[in-house]
Design a protein around this ligand. Structure first.
Ligand SMILES: Nc1nc2c(ncn2[C@@H]2O[C@H](COP(=O)(O)OP(=O)(O)OP(=O)(O)O)[C@@H](O)[C@H]2O)c(=O)[nH]1
Length: 319
């Protein structure tokens, strides 16, 4: 069973469980960057083979940087799923964009994802130009190829490579699985030789209590995004393993105003109950045990200006 801190287990000194012999092992970091909705989280989940990053059709669902850990034979690929890059206006936006670029500079390889249907719009042009300054191995990944025809794809690949020279261009659909295995094999081959950082069975370094909060936020976003754009956040406040093997989890849903609290609760508490039920099911799957989930909606005015909330979400605070 996964406990609240399981995925955050620090790497053991002198080798980790299930790792190959030192001469054979490879391990490295791959940063996935792109405009909001490019398909980064979906790709991380496809490469890891499990859900470690939340995905919605609404933009900006990834706030914290979620690492997925993918294995390919003797290679461990640590995937850094960054928040979408776009022209930031509010403080939360600026923190997300800054966090994305900081992680890109720390990686062994940077992969730019471009939604093939969206093509080279202003956001993507800007990211491509900024990437010319990054002195690291770079790959281009055209995503959602199930939605466009081959000539459009080729033209897009050519145009993007004319702005930034990529080592390789991949064309994938995380939805159908097209090209994903090939991409994984290439990423693995380009990782440096070195010991694994995580045990073989670890798929994320995000603590389970944070993943559980992300799962609830995903349900909130799915149901209430239009009424509550970006002004809600979720934190796991308590996590107790009970004698019968189940887990009791209390989470706070923070909103900025009283009116938003009413929206989250819904008529006679209907909305929060539906969110709680859906989240409980997913959290129980992740934990591998029955879960009792309790959600409390709290008003915290101006939480988007509070550095502590940013730390909780794994973002860099930036004045
Ligand atoms: N048709 C199709 N849809 C996809 C594919 N990959 C992702 N999507 C959809 O695109 C939307 C955005 O995907 P995400 O993985 O959340 O994108 P992201 O880049 O992580 O988004 P942010 O969190 O906003 O930065 C979701 O509705 C996905 O289901 C794909 O290969 N094909």
């Amino acid at each position: 069973m996964v406990d609240e801190a399981t995925p955050a287990t620090p790497p053991a000194l002198g080798g980790v469980e299930g790792a190959p012999a030192a001469e054979a092992a490879r391990c490295g970091f791959v940063a996935l960057i792109g405009a909001p909705n490019a398909g980064k989280s979906t790709l991380v989940n496809a490469l890891v083979g499990a859900k470690v990053s939340i995905v919605t059709h609404k933009v900006q669902t990834t706030r914290a940087t979620v690492r997925g850990i993918a294995l390919a034979d003797d290679t461990q690929i640590v995937l850094v799923d960054t928040p979408g890059i776009f022209a930031p206006r509010r403080r939360l936006d600026r923190a997300m964009v800054k966090t994305a670029w900081n992680h890109a500079y720390d990686a062994d390889r940077v992969c730019l994802l471009i939604d093939a249907r969206r093509g080279l719009d202003e956001d993507n042009e800007k990211i491509l130009e900024a990437l010319t300054e990054v002195r690291l191995p770079k790959s281009l990944i055209l995503t959602k190829i199930d939605l466009v025809d081959p000539p459009t794809l080729l033209a897009l690949a050519e145009k993007a490579n004319a702005v930034t020279a990529f080592d390789e261009t991949f064309m994938i659909s995380a939805k159908t699985g097209d090209g994903v295995d090939d991409l994984k094999a290439h990423l693995a081959a380009s990782m440096p030789q070195g010991p694994w950082l995580y045990p073989a069975d670890q798929i994320s370094d995000v603590p389970a209590r944070q993943l559980a909060a992300e799962i609830t936020r995903e349900q909130l976003t799915l149901r209430l995004h239009d009424e509550l754009p970006y002004s809600a956040t979720v934190e796991t406040e308590t996590w107790k393993s009970l004698r019968d093997g189940s887990v009791r989890i209390e989470q706070a849903v923070f909103v900025e105003r009283e009116g938003q609290k009413k929206i989250v609760l819904g008529e006679k508490g209907k909305t929060i109950r539906a969110i709680s039920m859906a989240a409980r099911k997913e959290i129980a799957e992740m934990v591998g045990a029955p879960v009792h989930l309790f959600l409390f909606v709290k008003v915290r005015p101006r939480w988007t200006d509070d550095p502590e909330r940013y730390r909780e979400m794994g973002l860099d605070f930036w004045r």
